[in-house]
Design a protein around this ligand. Structure first.
Ligand SMILES: *[C@@H]1O[C@H](CO)[C@@H](O)[C@H](O)[C@H]1NC(C)=O
Ligand SMILES: *[C@@H]1O[C@H](CO)[C@@H](O)[C@H](O)[C@H]1NC(C)=O
Ligand SMILES: *[C@@H]1O[C@H](CO)[C@@H](O)[C@H](O)[C@H]1NC(C)=O
Ligand SMILES: CC(=O)N[C@H]1CO[C@H](CO)[C@@H](O)[C@@H]1O
Length: 504
């Protein structure tokens, strides 16, 4: 059951547009359009590959990736026998914005970009592809539900990009990531049908998604769409809490970038927070902080409201009322999950009424001292009890640079005493340190780390992409190569000036 669905079954189940061809148009009465990809121009080169995804998900032998066929299939130059390349029709809501019907998208199998938003060339470039490849794999190994990346192929094809939308057009090279997910259907997949009054098709797509991915919902249950909604609400709250737990912010949480399966998809201008800051924004053009890390839970709520609107035509009035009550519970689910996650990150066992206070004060101190999010938690979990009690952060063989920053806070001493006292609850003195390193990663894909790999990749040196891919596959384990590369060290000065843009 590794690949549960054949293309032919998918096409049989859901209608495909009668019109063929790659041009921007408004389509109706279909879920897909056939769309033959424009192949990337050669010479092509396999820049990176994920063994775990190739073997574990696609069930292929790694040697396959060394063949010309693989390069050609994945880059769109050749079609797999019996396959039909499809573009998926969906729309979407952006926070505080109006509905835009007929957005295009990158649709599955080869990650081929076919029908594209706003009539652009639909190409991805090396920069965004390296980021997506590395980040989706990293997220998977951090334990966050996500789409996967099986391979990264780069070409010599020139693609023009205005990276920061400031008129500085630069030639970059086209690239393609083979992305994998159990499903690419989004909230926007349902919205477009609901919005245009195609209710039979809406039902059909819902039944399909439920049948394929929500096996615990029975097809004849009269409450099935309500149960579906309730599941998506719960899972979305959990997903966004998991993002927060690793300091990840998704830069474009629109309804068209939100999976119905509550997995992370569409890695555009994402970012991992470095210094703790609830207003951290991964998208440089987002001046209003619409997608700041502290706002992600609310953006999730906004998107779920839109999902409810899209579902309304297939819900009875009573069910709509119930659905609104379910949606009201979203905030609580999120808060409860966040509380659990931060307790785990601090190694707190059992329950104590002051736990919330302990967590809040820590985050407050981190914000004031601009302590590094990832390393503060990591170092708290690594430091030995004795050194901890001695407040000896700088002189240990592993430099505790994040705690060193944090310890400058006036409340740190008091907080530490309370924390140490609380840590003893529920555990013996011998085991109380080691047990929580497996929830606090030592390595995340910081922007400066990705940038360094991208600069080399643009010069055809993929060694750092490979090294990072390897390191980020075990983010909880201290690794010599990673330490040598400084991936857990204080970020270099130049990292502060880095910007991340939306253009792909
Ligand atoms: C909500 O989602 C979480 C995470 O997937 C799961 O563990 C939990 O059982 C779900 N709760 C309900 C009520 O479905
Ligand atoms: C980045 O933020 C700006 C402002 O909020 C928004 O208009 C833009 O769509 C965002 N970028 C993407 C790719 O969503
Ligand atoms: C801090 O720890 C190191 C060993 O890791 C030790 O050599 C040093 O004396 C300690 N400093 C203080 C002030 O305790
Ligand atoms: C990576 C990706 O597909 N992102 C999409 C998210 O949504 C915006 C529009 O709201 C699209 O422009 C992006 O292409």
């Amino acid at each position: 059951p590794k690949v549960s669905l054949e293309y032919s079954e998918l096409i049989e189940a859901l209608p495909v547009d009668k019109v063929d061809g790659n041009f921007v148009r408004t389509v109706k009465n279909c879920i897909f359009s056939k769309s033959i990809p424009t192949p990337l121009k050669g010479p092509l080169r396999l820049a990176a590959v994920s063994k775990d995804a190739i073997e574990g998900i696609l069930d292929l032998d790694m040697s396959v990736t060394q063949s010309d066929d693989f390069l050609h299939y994945v880059s769109g130059a050749r079609l797999l026998p019996g396959s039909v390349p499809l573009a998926h029709r969906y729309g979407g809501h952006q926070v505080k914005m109006f509905f835009e019907g007929g957005l295009g998208g990158r649709w599955c199998d080869g990650g081929f970009t076919v029908v594209t938003p706003k009539g652009s060339d639909g190409r991805a470039v090396i920069r965004s592809s390296v980021r997506e490849f590395l980040c989706s794999e990293a997220m998977h190994f951090l334990g966050v539900p996500t789409s996967r990346a099986a391979s990264l192929i780069v070409s010599e094809e020139p693609v023009l990009r205005d990276q920061f939308y400031n008129g500085n057009v630069k030639t970059e090279r086209g690239a393609v990531v083979l992305r994998l997910a159990r499903s690419w259907f989004r909230i926007g997949s349902l919205e477009v049908l609901s919005q245009s009054g195609e209710i039979d098709l809406l039902r059909k797509l819902l039944n399909f998604v439920i049948g394929e991915h929500f096996p615990f919902i029975t097809p004849h249950d009269p409450e099935k769409y309500l149960v579906f909604f309730s599941t998506v609400v719960n899972e979305t709250a959990h997903l966004i809490a998991q993002w927060a737990s690793v300091g990840f912010a998704h830069g474009v949480c629109n309804t068209d970038n939100f999976s119905l399966l509550s997995i992370t998809i569409d890695y555009g201008p994402f970012g991992f927070m470095e210094s703790y800051n609830p207003n951290f924004v991964p998208n440089t053009s987002d001046d209003e902080g619409r997608y700041s890390i502290g706002a992600q839970a609310n953006v999730g709520l906004f998107n779920l409201e839109k999902l409810l609107v899209a579902l309304s035509p297939v819900l009875t009035e009573t069910q709509q009322k119930q659905a609104r009550i379910i949606l009201k519970g979203y905030g609580n689910i999120y808060q409860m999950r966040i509380h659990q996650i931060f307790k785990a990150k601090l190694g707190l066992l059992g329950d104590d009424e002051d736990d919330n206070y302990l967590i809040t004060v820590l985050l407050r101190m981190m914000e004031d001292t601009e302590s590094d999010f990832t390393m503060t938690f990591r170092e708290l979990s690594e430091i030995s009890a004795k050194r901890f009690l001695n407040r000896n952060f700088t002189q240990v063989e592993l430099e505790m640079w994040a705690l060193d920053d944090l310890s400058r806070h006036e409340r740190f001493s008091d907080w530490l005493s309370n924390y140490l006292l609380r840590l003893k609850t529920g555990r013996s003195s011998s085991d109380w340190i080691k047990c929580f390193t497996d929830v606090n990663p030592r390595y995340v894909l910081r922007n400066w780390i990705a940038e360094s790999a991208i600069r080399k990749a643009e010069k055809n040196d993929f060694s750092e992409v490979e090294l990072l891919h390897h390191i980020l596959s075990s983010p909880f384990v201290t690794q010599e190569t990673a330490e040598e590369a400084g991936y857990a060290a204080r970020p270099p000065q130049w990292a502060r000036r880095l910007k991340v843009s939306c253009s792909s």
